[in-house]
Ligand binder design. Structure first.
Ligand code: SF4
Length: 392
């Protein structure tokens, strides 16, 4: 592995609108490139401008902790950083990849986050994160922390093919137990599941069962994208070596969409299948409200709840007005409570959505939302935005 030590001028990637998967406004990569070498990694796609050779070279942002200190310092800010989880991981690298043993950049940035009272969410495929339990505990006690692990399946043989440099799936599951036993919320990103290989109902059910046994707080689920270029070429080599008979199936499924998306109907059926399984094991498909309810300002809380409702409704095959309303709220400069009498003037907010928003402002939740979290997976088609919520 070739290592390039680099210095950077900025570290945080800021999201204008809160990300309702991770409940974050800012994320960071401490490395560029990744020794885990996941065959499907979309960080290797040309669009991400990673110049390092995938899996063979990694750039180490050696001044990351100092830069983070500057970026979080409230005295340097004209507008204060919005409260949400600081997201460590994902994108073009895994922050707990092998080099972290030597550089300890994660450990140092966790120390910085702790000093500034920032909540932190970590996503990794490496059990090295257990090393930092002491700091994670401290952060969790003062402001909140979540440690999540991503998987393409729970099968060690399959992960050794598709994620050769990462910790075995069974070790990741043990790590979830470890964090839960230590009082830290822990979840699973079951994504991407790999078409015709890890997407069988049996493997999906195994994933949900193992997640339940490990005590995971949620599973965020998703299918695989395959962009033309490096990502597709690299994936095809492994497919050819291990599953040559699937070549044609992949050609039919991935038809050169510019975002690397498979056919719509594949994702729809996959999501519906998993929703039924997750319901059986009683596992939420989005971060549970208790993990962000008291963290976010009122606008962000409304955005996240509305986006989650949108997700659950569409998952059940229904239409939803909530995604558009959430987007409109993200464009507001003023707090929602200042608009309480004029919520209907916000684009996309009709009578039903207005009622939901008022309820969120008053109670930090919504009866309808809680019902939707509970019923996703029942496929209650055409249930939506009925005026009679009591019928749900
Ligand atoms: S761990 Fe994440 S960033 Fe690293 S190779 Fe795998 S998918 Fe890519």
């Amino acid at each position: 592995m070739k290592i390039n030590e680099i210095t950077v001028k900025s570290l945080l990637r800021k999201h204008k609108k809160i990300d309702s998967w991770f409940i974050t406004h800012q994320s960071m990569n401490l490395y560029r490139g990744c020794s885990h070498r996941c065959v499907y990694c979309d960080g290797q796609a040309e669009g991400y401008y990673v110049t390092e050779k995938f899996g063979e070279e990694v750039a180490v942002k050696i001044n990351a902790p100092e830069i983070l200190k500057k970026e979080l310092d409230p005295h340097r800010k004209r507008t204060p950083i919005k409260k949400s989880y600081l997201n460590l991981g994902g994108g073009v690298s895994d922050s707990y990849q092998t080099l972290e043993e030597k550089y300890e950049l994660c450990r140092k940035v966790l120390g910085v986050a702790c000093d500034f009272g920032m909540p932190v969410s970590i996503l990794t495929k490496s059990v090295l994160v257990k090393r930092d339990l002491d700091l994670i505990k401290q952060i969790h006690q003062q402001s909140g922390a979540i440690v999540s692990f991503s998987f393409s399946s729970m099968d060690d043989d399959l992960t050794s093919i598709f994620e050769p440099g990462a910790s075995a799936a069974s070790q990741r599951l043990e790590a979830i137990k470890y964090f839960k036993q230590n009082g830290i919320p822990s979840g699973i990103f079951l994504m991407p599941v790999i078409p015709f290989i890890t997407d069988s109902p049996a493997l999906l059910e195994k994933a949900a069962r193992k997640a339940r046994e490990a005590g995971a707080d949620f599973i965020i689920f998703g299918g695989m994208t395959l962009k033309e270029g490096r990502q597709k070429e690299n994936f095809r080599k492994t497919l050819f070596d291990y599953y040559p008979r699937l070549e044609l199936e992949y050609q039919n499924l991935y038809t050169k969409d510019k975002y690397g998306l498979a056919k719509d109907e594949y994702y729809q059926s996959l999501n519906e299948t998993f929703a039924v399984i997750a319901k059986k094991y009683n596992i939420p498909l989005r971060l549970p409200l208790k993990l962000f309810k008291n963290l976010l300002n009122e606008n962000d809380l409304a955005i996240v709840i509305l986006e989650h409702m949108d997700y659950y409704l569409k998952l059940s095959g229904n239409r939803s007005p909530y995604g558009y309303a959430a987007y409109s709220i993200s464009q507001l400069k003023e707090p929602l409570s200042a608009l309480k009498g004029q919520l209907r003037s916000i684009k996309g907010v009709g009578e039903q959505t207005e009622r939901v928003i008022k309820e969120i402002l008053n109670t930090k939740s919504s009866f309808y939302y809680e019902r939707l979290c509970g019923i996703a997976g029942d496929r209650p088609r055409n249930l939506i935005y009925s005026e009679n919520m009591q019928n749900l």
